[in-house]
Design a protein around this ligand. Structure first.
Ligand SMILES: Nc1ncnc2c1ncn2[C@@H]1O[C@H](COP(=O)(O)OP(=O)(O)OP(=O)(O)O)[C@@H](O)[C@H]1O
Ligand SMILES: [Mg+2]
Length: 556
């Protein structure tokens, strides 16, 4: 407001300069007028400093807050959401869209506000200076506004599309770089170059369409505004010639018309930018408005378990199918009771639904029907945090994060001491190989645990689960062939892992199955039989076949 006010004040300074300084031909008056001018300029300079600093600060602040808010929201969303919306596409909304917002809030909004003030102030002063001339300008106003609104809308639509295409580019790059070995092993680069060129060109085409609309918007606005000023100078000039107004008045009037014209031009230009920001904001708020697809009490209203968990699990009539596959349920009518402290092996052919059962225990998905009770409490009534606190998970493909080996083991309990970390690593038989890494426990792992073998990753994941020390252990054995030594090391770690807790282990090895108290046989989402190894060999043909063909004997 201060800088806009001073800029408007410069017009009055100009009138005084012309009418009193120049017209009176008095050097004293001229000096006074110029002195006033310098004071105004000084105010304008310091005002501009404050405006630039403060407004840019707001831009950065808003973006940092939005990023945090979106991230805090996303990290709680159900995993199914990220399968439908590619995680990398979402990542691009984080970077590309927040950058657009930052530039808009940090500069465009300030330009828009300042120019809006100048436009309004300029129009007022136009009327005060000369109402007749101002009336002429006002008549032309709708001519300027209508095209601005028309093109502005198109710019916004194209912006949205444009950001979507940019996101495509980002996720395509991300996907290929993370899978670089597969890409290169299959000599897929020529195809990727071609696909990527298409994706980039699509993004370019949309961007070009958007730029064209904006260029039209600016061109039309400038022509109309400057045309109006030309007419004003013509009519006003005639008035000065006929002595109806002073030259200073005309000078001030032209100055204000220019100001109004420039302000209108600037606004029409930044309206395009603002529309672009609206597109980006829409993409971000879409993420914020995504509700978890779970039918359960909100986290803050949900309870916790009444007592410490002993690990008794009762599954009743559990049924679940993945979205779009309702005719082939991944789990159908599962009834299963696992007693506290028991070790239950889950076996079945690939795709039987074993990993899906773990996902439902952790409530990554909403079951279609059926219940899961833990220690007699319906797991759908407790908070997700309390529910997941009951479990330690060793997933089929263990995930490691950017950071040191110790950070990765400490993942489940960030406050664990170094001694605890080493203790867990020793039990999981990970200590030996960690010691041999270049920096021991402080060796940094790349993205997705780059720099470790499959067996080492799995042992690290076991150490992490051990450190988490939850009453129920969910172990999804890797199906990938571990080398014989890692496999026997993991087998040796099993008793320490399973003692004192309920363990559900998806087994691909006969040794694991033999160590279990009971075995559950799954096929095509159905629970076929539960029993001991010997019972099942007698009674269940599928188990007999699996035992003969699929379970890999550990080395002697
Ligand atoms: N995210 C998903 N979306 C849709 N269908 C899925 C998804 N994950 C698994 N499925 C399907 O659900 C079924 C069960 O998969 P699940 O991963 O539970 O098998 P599994 O028993 O763990 O097999 P494996 O021994 O090979 O790990 C399969 O038919 C699979 O194709
Ligand atoms: Mg699986």
């Amino acid at each position: 407001m201060i800088t806009a006010g001073i800029t408007l004040g410069l017009g009055q300074g100009l009138r005084i300069l012309v009418d009193q300084g120049l017209a009176t031909q008095s050097p004293d008056n001229l000096a006074r007028a110029v002195g006033l001018f310098f004071i105004l300029v000084l105010g304008l300079a310091s005002g501009s400093f404050a405006r630039f600093y403060l407004v840019s600060w707001i831009g950065e602040r808003v973006v940092a807050d939005i990023r945090k808010q979106v991230f805090n929201h996303l990290i709680d969303l159900h995993p199914g959401f990220f399968e439908q919306n590619r995680a990398l596409e979402i990542q691009s909304r984080f970077t590309a869209d927040t950058t657009v917002l930052q530039s808009v809030i940090g500069s465009t909004v300030s330009i828009a506000l300042r120019n809006a003030l100048m436009l309004i102030g300029g129009l007022l002063l136009l009327f005060i200076t000369n109402a007749k001339l101002a009336g002429i300008i006002l008549l032309g106003f709708p001519l300027v506004i209508v095209p601005i609104l028309f093109f502005g809308r198109r710019v916004r639509q194209l912006s949205r599309l444009s950001q979507d295409r940019v996101a495509d580019v980002g996720s395509y790059v991300g996907e290929n770089l993370t899978q670089i070995k597969t890409v290169q092993a299959f000599n897929h680069q020529p195809h990727d170059r071609r696909f990527f060129a298409e994706v980039s060109e699509r993004a370019f085409d949309i961007a070009r369409a958007r730029i064209k609309q904006r260029a039209w918007l600016t061109t039309i606005a400038i022509s109309l505004v400057m045309g109006a000023i030309g007419i004003v100078i013509w009519i006003g000039g005639l008035d000065v010639i006929h002595g109806r107004i002073t030259p200073g008045e005309l000078a001030a009037f032209v100055f204000y018309s220019l100001l109004v014209g420039v302000a209108a031009g600037a606004i029409s230009e930044v309206i395009g930018e603002l529309q672009r920001a609206a597109g980006s904001a829409a993409r971000l708020f879409e993420l914020l408005q995504t509700e978890p697809a779970f039918d359960r009490p909100a986290e803050q209203d949900a309870g916790t378990f009444p007592n410490a968990i002993t690990g008794d699990i009762r599954i009743d009539n559990l049924r679940f199918s993945y979205p779009g596959r309702s005719e082939h349920p991944a789990l159908a009518d599962i009834c299963l009771h696992v007693q506290a402290g028991e070790t239950l092996a889950l076996v079945g052919p690939s795709g039987a639904g074993k990993s899906t059962l773990f996902d439902l225990l952790l409530h990554f998905y909403q079951p279609e029907s059926g219940t899961i009770h833990i220690d007699g409490t319906d797991s759908a009534t407790v908070s997700l945090a309390a529910l997941r606190g009951c479990f330690s998970l060793v997933p089929q493909n263990p995930a490691l994060f950017h950071g040191t080996v110790a950070d990765n083991i400490r993942y489940a309990r960030p406050d664990a001491s170094q001694a605890d970390v080493e203790e867990a690593a020793r039990i999981a038989h990970a200590h030996e190989f960690i010691e041999k890494l270049p920096d021991g426990y402080l060796t940094r792992l790349g993205d997705a645990g780059l720099g470790l073998s499959g067996g080492q990753k799995q042992r690290l994941a076991i150490a992490r689960a051990l450190l988490a020390d939850a009453p129920i252990l969910l172990l999804d054995e890797a199906t990938s062939a571990l080398d014989a030594e890692s496999e026997s090391l993991i087998q040796q770690a099993m008793p320490a892992l399973t003692s004192g807790r309920t363990t559900l282990v998806i087994a691909h090895r006969l040794a694991t199955v033999r160590n279990a108290d009971r075995i559950a046989v799954l096929d095509q989402g159905r629970l076929l039989a539960v029993g001991t190894h010997d019972e099942l060999i007698q009674e269940n043909p599928l188990y007999r076949r699996l035992a003969a063909l699929q379970f890999r004997e550990p080395p002697a």
